[in-house]
Design a protein around this ligand. Structure first.
Ligand code: ADP
Ligand code: MG
Length: 257
């Protein structure tokens, strides 16, 4: 299978603390790859390096064969890597559809020259993206009054606006009720399958991870300690130990959430 992303010896130290240490992995075309690990394991630091927000201390990140290290986040985004954030980032004073229009305008580089006409631009296209994530009926509502799960759907619509080939999702279901988590993750899985988008996502909820990931990476104290299928990871004694001191990964996560 073709690799869309190749991560080689990726490392980041903060004042001597090895937040990410010599991490190696690939993302295949169309793959839903989960990056899991306890708090502080280095997941967000990894994401920030892939997206250009943080410069690695060492290592390379190849996207479709091209090394991204040293490139600006905006340039990486233009190459086709989209991102959603652990903390939702939308404009709360605008309506749902305006948020998507802004993203489309930004992608088409029309944001400054066209502001006075913004309410008309790309509206039809924006509505198609809202339809895709099940938010069409909320298009004219202000983001400030949107339910949290709907904000996450909106974030997904915004990330899809520039037709990414790879999506990086840092805790896409954080803060949601379990049934909503499942429905947002199922929606994401359906959309990326249809559009053949690869996804690298971090997630705390093991039901979501085991239910949707094609493969799982486990990070602990900055080091990749496992890389395998759902069954491999579920039964991996080292992973069990890291998460729960030897208990069952599945059961403990349920008890903790
Ligand atoms: P995760 O997302 O897996 O919870 P992070 O990548 O946020 O983990 O953090 C990994 C480690 O790096 C933690 O020990 C954290 O305190 C540290 N860290 C993250 N960002 C910074 C920073 N900007 N400066 C100093 N230390 C940081
Ligand atoms: Mg994090």
């Amino acid at each position: 299978m073709n690799h869309i992303l190749e991560v080689r010896n990726l490392s980041k130290s903060f004042h001597g603390l090895r937040a990410v240490h010599e991490v190696n992995f690939d993302v295949s075309e169309g793959e839903l790859l989960a990056l899991i690990g306890p708090n502080g394991a280095g997941k967000s630091t990894c994401f920030n390096m892939l997206m250009g927000q943080l410069k690695p201390t060492a290592g390379e990140v190849y996207f479709q064969g091209e090394n991204l290290v040293g490139k600006y986040p905006r340039d990486i985004w233009r190459k086709g890597i989209g991102r959603t954030f652990q903390i939702t980032a939308t404009y709360s004073s605008m309506t749902v559809v305006e948020n998507v229009q802004m993203a489309l305008m930004s992608f088409h580089r029309r944001i400054y020259s066209m502001l006075p006409y913004a309410h008309k631009m790309y509206k039809k296209e924006a509505l198609t993206f809202l339809e895709m994530v099940g938010l069409a009926s909320q298009a004219e509502r202000h983001c400030a009054i949107l339910a949290y799960g709907d904000l996450k759907r909106l974030e997904l619509a915004i990330a899809l606006c520039h037709n990414p080939t790879l999506l990086l999702m840092d805790e896409p279901t954080a803060g949601m009720a379990p049934t909503e988590r499942e429905s947002v993750m199922q929606l994401t899985a359906d959309i990326v399958r249809e559009k053949n988008i690869s996804v690298l996502f971090t997630e705390h909820d093991m039901d979501v991870v085991f239910g949707h990931a094609h493969r799982i990476l486990v990070l602990n104290r900055g080091e990749l300690i496992a890389n395998g299928s759902v069954d491999d990871i579920r039964n991996n004694p080292v992973v069990q130990e890291v998460y729960l001191g030897g208990g069952n990964l599945f059961e403990s996560d349920k008890a903790a959430s």
